[in-house]
Design a protein around this ligand. Structure first.
Ligand SMILES: Nc1nc2c(ncn2[C@@H]2O[C@H](COP(=O)(O)OP(=O)(O)O)[C@@H](O)[C@H]2O)c(=O)[nH]1
Ligand SMILES: [Mg+2]
Length: 227
């Protein structure tokens, strides 16, 4: 639950997002209706991402040379000072203009996490294989952890800082998103969703390796259930 909201920390992991990061960050900078800090956690990009971030001038740039989406977010979250932490990708795929809606919904519902669900967007920019895999993972997660979420792989979330302080994360890569939901479900933290949209990347390629990530996500769900 959010008892005070003095600042929102936005944490964005980037690995070679030179073509996408400026638009993502400037939109957040313009739209976000709360005092804010924008933290970019860059994995030593070689395409000029860091220079673009420095040029914009209003972001905190953290270099995390170790590989992994989860590691980058964990490093960013550890450095975040806000009462609400928003995590979102730097690849321009999420509708970052919905950032205030996520935060308002989080507060109105007295929830610990509010995430953007892409499952009501019929354009299905995530592709058929990812869509089906997401459905299977989400069904298993909801079943085993008694939840009603529709998009467990959403990377656009507003989270209360107090909740983050009560859990410890270990996943280094894409399974981090699932690990967060598992840990929160086990703590009985309230989690809600808002419909949002998703679009294909304009530039660059996804770093996710599907089979490796799928195995890690399932292992994370099972481990959480057995522990
Ligand atoms: N710092 C850092 N960022 C990463 C790493 N891997 C992915 N990212 C970023 O995390 C976000 C999600 O990655 P992406 O490849 O789009 O995964 P997908 O959306 O699941 O296909 C993007 O902003 C990436 O630039 C990494 O190893 N280090
Ligand atoms: Mg992406």
């Amino acid at each position: 639950m959010i008892s005070k909201l003095e600042m929102v920390s936005v944490v964005i992991p980037t690995l070679n997002e030179a073509g996408n990061i400026r638009e993502t960050v400037t939109t957040i900078h313009k739209e976000l209706a709360y005092p804010k800090e924008i933290i970019i956690v860059d994995g030593n990009s070689t395409d000029g991402t860091q220079e673009i971030v420095e040029d914009m001038g209003f972001c905190r740039l953290i270099i995390e040379p170790r590989r992994g989406y989860g590691l980058a977010l964990r490093t960013g979250i550890k450095n975040a000072k806000g009462d609400v932490v928003v995590m979102v990708d730097g690849d321009g795929t999420y509708e970052v203009r919905h950032i205030n809606l996520l935060i308002e919904t989080l507060i109105e519902n007295n929830a610990e996490l509010c995430q953007a669900t892409r499952m009501y967007d019929l354009r299905k920019a995530m592709g058929f294989t990812n869509f089906v895999a997401n459905k299977i993972i989400t069904f298993c997660f909801d079943f085993f952890y008694s939840q009603f979420l529709s998009d467990t792989q959403s990377g656009f979330r507003a989270i209360s800082r107090s909740a983050l302080e009560e859990v410890e994360f270990y996943e280094d890569d894409m399974a981090f998103a699932t690990e967060m939901l598992v840990q929160f479900a086990k703590k009985d933290f309230k989690m809600v969703e808002v419909p949002s949209s998703y679009r294909p990347r304009k530039y660059g390629n996804p770093k996710m390796r599907r089979i490796k990530s799928g195995i890690e996500i399932f292992t994370t769900m099972v481990k959480g259930f057995l522990k």
